[in-house]
Design a protein. Sequence first.
Length: 171
Amino acid sequence: MQILRSKKSMLILVTLASIIAFGVTTALAQEKVKVKFRAYAVTTKMERFEVGDTEGHFVTLSESKGVTSDGKFTRYFTSRSDLIKGNGTLSGYGKYVDIKDGDYYFSKYQGPAIATKSPEGKLKITFKGTYIFIKGTGKFENIQGNGTYKGGFLGKGIIFVDVEGEYVIKK
């Protein structure tokens, strides 16, 4: 009889442990959302300052506004670049607003800018780097994640950016 109680107690204990473990695992498991899109933007404001320490050294502050290629988000960016003849660093903040419901998220990005010359001798600047999600509202509240980006200029003040990454919404 004692052995039967012991087995029954052990079965109950294992069952309870499994329920608790499954509940904790389910609560901790967050759905990862993949991010992949192209965004386009137009520079709406720019201040450019010559540093003066070396030829072609400029610090630029700019704002841009655009949309994602899938038409789901309006995108706003504030950027700072520190470039010598087109090469240097680019950093800033992005705000993506869901066109349907107005919920939005912020990201912070940074990476190098690289200047090359086209066969015609025109300066071409491209950029790439990493970003992290830093804040969100509505369905993006408690957003966490990161990714990469790369892009460049399609013309004067017209920007494209390819974005990839993933995020979770922490409960």
